[in-house]
Each structure stands twice: as structure tokens, then as C-alpha cells.
Design a protein around this ligand. Structure first.
Ligand SMILES: Nc1ncnc2c1ncn2[C@@H]1O[C@H](COP(=O)(O)OP(=O)(O)OP(=O)(O)O)[C@@H](O)[C@H]1O
Ligand SMILES: [Mg+2]
Length: 294
């Protein structure tokens, strides 16, 4: 709606995890480096965790783009599956014709596929990697199944490398006594953190530029600070706030987003003034008391 107004080619703050918009904060960069390095060095088991909306799926898609050709990947995004469905999905994603029959038939098919790749790697050069997003939803029995897949190995190396992305509950799940063995298998762990204030500002500028905006400073410094506080640095919340605030600025016919636009955006998104944070209030009243706009 405000696209023409700000001369944009596309929506800058869409909620889809589009890797074209990837912004590498220190922690996103570190997670991606750990993933690429871990997979290159043949690490069996990698787990990436982070808060809701912090950018796990975005990093996962960026990883898929950056992994060299020599990796064959299977991506599982629906984690509310039975054990057989999980095996079936993995096989299908690796492009294997899925046999009917028992769980054992499926496991045998996967084993054949992995051993074929191991033997043929020198010629066709592809290493199988299983990536599971939303892994916090995997039932403990399914996590156990995943662990068993990670057991497929020769004397020298793993046949299948596994990467799990999940919200913080995944970490809690992995501490359950029945999953201790699973936890011990993890060779690389990375956590994606929310953005700090400086990163939030660069993130907003980056997304605007990718969307085709020329110039800079689409938001006043006070607007950026409020976006950072109300989003707590979580990119999905930053996107929601920026989208509404840009619309509010456009409706006002203004050239940039002011703090008041963010206040309005936050109210319409999250309701009232809840969550503004205590620190904002004395300051607001102080400003009002002196006749300034909060
Ligand atoms: N590093 C980043 N660069 C650009 N955009 C990002 C980044 N991280 C997150 N986003 C944006 O934030 C939103 C949420 O990202 P994403 O879906 O990847 O989060 P998530 O951690 O997978 O969330 P959930 O916990 O719900 O699975 C998306 O619109 C995405 O484009
Ligand atoms: Mg996700």
C-alpha cells in the first residue's frame, strides 16, 4: 500500500522467510558459519535453536542456498508425523522411490540409499544431509528415531549428517532423561539471538534497500529505538512494526517514520501500551509535563 509512496519494488517487511532479504547479524552469521563448517567437516549432528521469529527458517533457507552441490539434502518441515511418515518424507525428499511396507522396509531403503552414496561419493560427490525445521514439535519417540538415523555409520564416518532447527523448547526437550543419549550426540550447537539496537537499525535499512528503496534514514532514531524495544530485537516483530509504521507515515504524507507512527503501529498490533516497558513511562510523562510530545 505504501510501496509507490516510498518507491519500492516489493514489500520490504513481508513475514515470509525469504533468503533474498537475509541480513547477517553477528549471531545469524555465526550460526550459518557453524552450519557450513560443521557440515563440511562431516560433523554428525548439529542443533540450532532460538526464540520464536528470530530467523531460524530464514537461516535454514540460506543454508540450503549456500550448501555446495556435493551435498544432497532432505528437508522436513512438517514435524507432526508418525515414525513411518518421517522416514517416508526423508526418502521422498532424497528422491528415493518409497517402498510400501513396514518401518523396517523404509529403514532398509534409506540405508541402501546412504550406502550407495557413500560408495559413489568419489564419482557423484554427494553427501546426504537431513535438515529438520520446527524440530521442537518432534515427539520424544521421533527424536529417538532421528537419533537412530544418526547411528547409521561406517567405521570411519557417519552416513547421514543431521541438522535440527527448533525453538527453545527443543533445548528443554533434549534435557529429558530419555533423550540424554540424543543430547550427547550433538556435535555442534548454535543459538540465534535477537538483534541489538544497532543491528535493528541496519536490519531495517537493509530490508528497505533490498526492496528497492534508495536513500537512508526512513525512520527517525527515536522510532528505531521504540521498534527495537517493542520488538525486543526479534525480526518477525520488527517486520510487523515496520510494516504498520510505514503505512502510518504514508497516511500522514510524511517522508519518514516518526516515533508516534511506531506507537500507533504497536497499539494496533499488540494492543494498548502493554509491553512498552517501565523505562518508557517516567520519560514519557516528563516529556509531556514539559509540553513535549511523547
Ligand atoms: N537474518 C534475517 N534476515 C532477514 N530477515 C530475517 C532474518 N531473520 C528473520 N527474518 C525475518 O523475520 C521473520 C521471521 O523469520 P523466520 O520465519 O525465519 O523465524 P523463525 O525463527 O523460523 O520463527 P519460528 O520460531 O516461528 O519458526 C521473517 O519475515 C524473516 O524474513
Ligand atoms: Mg521457523
Amino acid at each position: 500500500m505504501y510501496g509507490d509512496y516510498f518507491s519500492l519494488k516489493e514489500r520490504p517487511f513481508s513475514l515470509t522467510p525469504d533468503p533474498d532479504f537475509l541480513f547477517l547479524s553477528e549471531s545469524h552469521q555465526r550460526a550459518l558459519d557453524h552450519l557450513l563448517f560443521g557440515l563440511e567437516s562431516g560433523d554428525g549432528f548439529i542443533v540450532v535453536t532460538g526464540d520464536i521469529g528470530v530467523g531460524k527458517t530464514t537461516v535454514c533457507r540460506a543454508l540450503l542456498r549456500r550448501l555446495p552441490e556435493r551435498f544432497a539434502t532432505a528437508l522436513v518441515v512438517n514435524t507432526l508425523l508418525t515414525e513411518k511418515e518421517l522416514l517416508r518424507t526423508v526418502l521422498e525428499d532424497f528422491g528415493v522411490t518409497v517402498p510400501g511396507g513396514t518401518r523396517k522396509d523404509l529403514l532398509d531403503a534409506l540405508n541402501r540409499f546412504l550406502r550407495f552414496h557413500l560408495l559413489a561419493e568419489a564419482e557423484i560427490g554427494r553427501r546426504p544431509v537431513l535438515i529438520i525445521d520446527e524440530a521442537q514439535n518432534l515427539a520424544p519417540s521421533l527424536l529417538e528415531q532421528v537419533r537412530l538415523l544418526s547411528n547409521l555409520e561406517t567405521e570411519k564416518r557417519k552416513l547421514l549428517q543431521i541438522v535440527l532447527f527448533g525453538q527453545k523448547e527443543l533445548q528443554e526437550k533434549l534435557r529429558l532423561p530419555q533423550l540424554r543419549q540424543f543430547d550427547q550426540r550433538i556435535t555442534v550447537r548454535a543459538t540465534i539471538l535477537p538483534l541489538d539496537l544497532r543491528e535493528t537499525s541496519r536490519y531495517i535499512q537493509h530490508r528497505m534497500s533490498v526492496a528497492g528503496a534508495s536513500g537512508s534514514a526512513f525512520l527517525s532514531p527515536a522510532a528505531e529505538r521504540l521498534i527495537h524495544r517493542r520488538s525486543r530485537g526479534v525480526p518477525r516483530r520488527i517486520n510487523q512494526l515496520c510494516d504498520r509504521a510505514l503505512l502510518a507515515a504514508c497516511v500522514r504524507n510524511a517522508a519518514r517514520v516518526e516515533r508516534e507512527d511506531v506507537v500507533r503501529a504497536a497499539e494496533s498490533l499488540f494492543g494498548g501500551s502493554k509491553g512498552v516497558g517501565w523505562a518508557a513511562w517516567p520519560w514519557r510523562w516528563f516529556r509531556l509535563g514539559r509540553g513535549g510530545a511523547a
